[in-house]
Design a protein around this ligand. Structure first.
Ligand SMILES: NC(=O)c1ccc[n+]([C@@H]2O[C@H](COP(=O)([O-])OP(=O)(O)OC[C@H]3O[C@@H](n4cnc5c(N)ncnc54)[C@H](OP(=O)(O)O)[C@@H]3O)[C@@H](O)[C@H]2O)c1
Length: 252
């Protein structure tokens, strides 16, 4: 079987669930070794066992994606992982969370933590991995944004603003480091059914009614397939942004 990512090592944050988990598995199936991170270590250990069952290689590094020291530890551990070749080629900046409600209605006590993970932690990871890839003169950085990071929605305005911010940071980074042979891509999912809705506080009342009209929603695999596609294009081709929505999602 063709394994286009054989020999590559990928770091995937937020790999204990949803899009991150599906992406880690997709990259492994394509031949990559993966460094998987999230706060729930037991979930990561289960995923590592599943990857080993597929004949793949995984390193578990549990930590908080909003804490600088944890991010630095993740990168140090990746570089000292012999089975990963002591290097990394791909970083999927995926860990993040939503928050139900607009600027008026969302829970303000969660605003700071949301920005700490979705923006500040992600930006630190982008900075460190960008510096490393510039030195190596190659690499791939994939940032998970959101359709509401391009089309702000009154139903999730504060969360959406964090995805606008990380999308801008990713594009700023791309312009800074693309001359060094490093690709940066922003993948913007529409509605994907995962643990995201529970964590954000969406329920049948504030979410279910609005989306009933959209038909079949996405599974995390659809986003993982998109990420795998752009990573396996020739090195001189950089898909800077893609939006992947359920076909019936007219808005946002
Ligand atoms: N689902 C959607 O409709 C949708 C749409 C657009 C964009 N997105 C974005 O896609 C990304 C993945 O979401 P998902 O749908 O896969 O949601 P999910 O199933 O809730 O997964 C979120 C992942 O992020 C990790 N995470 C959250 N906070 C963290 C923290 N402080 N430190 C470390 N890890 C943390 C979680 O792990 P732990 O809890 O174990 O730490 C989990 O692995 C997010 O950035 C989200 O904003 C999702």
């Amino acid at each position: 079987m063709d394994k286009p990512l054989a020999g590559k090592t990928a770091i995937v944050t937020g790999a204990s669930s949803g899009i991150g988990r599906a992406t880690a598995l997709a990259l492994v199936r394509s031949g990559a070794a993966v460094v998987i991170s999230a706060r729930r270590k037991e979930r990561l250990d289960e995923l590592a066992a599943e990857i080993a069952g597929l004949g793949g290689k995984a390193l578990v590094v549990a930590g908080d994606a909003g804490i600088t020291a944890d991010i630095d530890l993740l990168l140090d551990r990746a570089l000292s992982w012999n089975e990963g070749g002591g290097k990394y080629d791909i970083v999927v900046v995926n860990a993040g969370r939503g928050l139900a409600g607009g600027i008026l209605g969302s829970d303000e006590s969660q605003w700071q933590q949301l920005y700490q993970v979705n923006v500040l932690g992600a930006a630190h990871l982008l900075r460190r991995t960008g510096q490393y890839m510039v030195e190596r003169k190659s690499g791939d950085i994939v940032v998970i944004g959101s359709v509401v990071g391009k089309n702000i929605s009154p139903f999730s305005g504060f969360y959406g603003s964090s995805k606008f911010a990380i999308g801008a940071i990713a594009e700023g980074l791309r312009r800074e480091i693309c001359p060094h042979g490093v690709r940066v891509s922003v993948v913007m999912p529409g509605i994907v059914i995962s643990e995201f809705q529970d964590v954000a506080g969406y329920d049948a009342e504030n979410f279910g009614k609005g989306i009933a009209q959209f038909g079949k929603l996405l599974e995390p695999q659809a986003i993982a397939d998109g990420i795998h596609w752009l990573l396996t294009l020739p090195p001189h081709v950089n898909v800077n942004e893609i939006m992947i929505r359920p076909t019936g999602q007219s808005y946002p």
